[in-house]
Design a protein around this ligand. Structure first.
Ligand code: NAD
Ligand code: DAU
Length: 343
């Protein structure tokens, strides 16, 4: 039986990945390993833990703690790693980069060392398109390919790029069976409401304003989270060791258009809802993914169209108000205050 150590499984994408595999009835045992930082939420897994006690276990632990990783490895009989765990929010990395270097760089190194010592069968590192830096908005023909040099611009993306480099080095030096994916911006259920789409949807539901950075013309390539999870599963099963696979939706949208879409869907008016706030320092202008490698080599392509999936996502936040209200009270408020002041 394949036993997957899924790090960061209580976060947004990790919990959607676990949910997708269990819903599809894949023949794997899943070990959800998560430190439960502010972004980790057991509520994202609780129904699955009840429904699949034979296929899913949760273990609280830190990827930086080698002894904890070794213990879970031996106790659960881990054979493969899917590594999502990270500090993931760019704005928080600007407020303080220490936790990012620790979790994303040191944590990845510790995990690689344990995986090497234990003879891991596959190690998939979930990276990000942000490691490539930024693209010019007036050259739509240029997109990130797997050959684009790594030029990270934020402490978050720099710490993720450190992870990329370590993973690459363990392939070349130790022949560790590694795979890397670099995906664009995800949206969907269980997305922590500090990121653009869930923050704006929940603020609009609360009758609050939405804080748009700078001129709002920054571009992201939006992909529904299940498409990303499906790409990761595809790469884990059919990817070539040592290779990097870009994952994207071919769906470039400015923040202005995202905001207009959400305001329209929520039945609100622009002038009542939008506050322009100071831009994010070092704000990357445009991300766009060339996903032809994973499409041609592994036959993956996105299944969800933005126009429908954004409606499904908004409906999920309507149906799960208690989930996000619990997050937006308490500790989260302190972060919101320091990031946005009184606005
Ligand atoms: P998230 O912040 O929602 O979840 C991260 C999870 O990792 C949380 O559950 C947290 O508790 C856990 N974690 C953090 N530090 C840990 C540690 N030291 N030990 C164990 N667990 C720890 O993030 P997400 O949006 O789900 O992103 C998951 C991964 O996907 C990240 O590696 C991120 O870089 C990458 N990624 C995200 C996106 C996106 O749009 N969200 C796009 C591409 C790649
Ligand atoms: O590209 C993949 C990356 O996407 C992942 O690696 C990161 O983990 C993930 O957080 C995401 O990073 P971004 O910085 O692109 O996502 P975020 O939701 O923070 O911001 C999206 C865009 O919206 C960005 O241009 C900044 C802008 N923004 C964001 C917030 C939170 C605003 O205008 N206002 C806001 O309040």
């Amino acid at each position: 039986m394949r036993t997957l150590l899924v790090t960061g499984a209580a976060g947004f994408i990790g919990s959607n990945f676990v949910r997708m595999l269990l819903d599809r009835g894949e023949q794997v045992k899943l070990v959800a390993f998560d430190k439960l930082t502010y972004a980790g939420n057991l509520a994202n897994l609780s129904d699955l833990l009840k429904r699949h006690p034979d296929k899913l276990v949760f273990v609280r632990g830190d990827i930086c703690d080698a002894k904890a990783v070794e213990a879970v490895w031996d106790q659960q009989g881990v054979t493969e790693v899917v590594h999502f765990a990270a500090e993931s929010h760019v704005d928080r990395s600007i407020l303080g980069s220490g936790p990012f270097v620790q979790a994303n760089a040191v944590g990845t190194q510790v995990l690689l060392d344990v995986a090497k010592a234990k003879g891991v069968e596959k190690f998939l590192y979930v990276s990000t398109d942000e490691v490539y830096g930024t693209l010019p908005e007036d050259r739509p023909e240029i997109k990130f390919t797997e050959e684009t040099p790594l030029q990270p611009n934020s402490p978050y993306s720099a710490s993720k790029a450190a992870g990329d480099c370590l993973v690459r080095s363990y392939f070349h030096t130790f022949h560790l069976p590694v795979l890397t994916t670099r995906c664009s911006n995800n949206y969907g259920p269980y997305h922590f409401p500090e990121k653009l789409i869930p923050l704006f949807v929940t603020n609009l539901m609360e009758g609050k304003k939405v804080p748009l950075y700078g001129d709002g013309k920054n571009i992201r390539d939006w992909l529904y989270v299940e498409d990303h999870c499906d790409a990761i599963w595809t790469v884990l099963n059919r990817g070539r060791f040592g290779e990097v696979y870009n994952v994207g939706g071919n769906n470039e949208i400015t923040n202005l258009v995202i905001t207009e879409t959400l305001i329209r869907e929520m039945g609100r008016k622009w002038d009542d809802c939008v506050t322009y706030v100071k831009d994010r320092p070092g704000h990357d202008r445009r991300y766009a993914i060339d996903a032809s490698k994973i499409e041609n080599e592994l036959g993956w392509s996105p299944k969800y169209r933005f126009e429908e999936a954004i409606k499904t996502t908004i409906q999920w936040y309507r149906d799960n108000e208690s989930w996000w209200r619990a997050i937006k009270s308490g500790e989260y408020l302190k972060y919101y205050e320091s990031q946005y002041g009184g606005r």
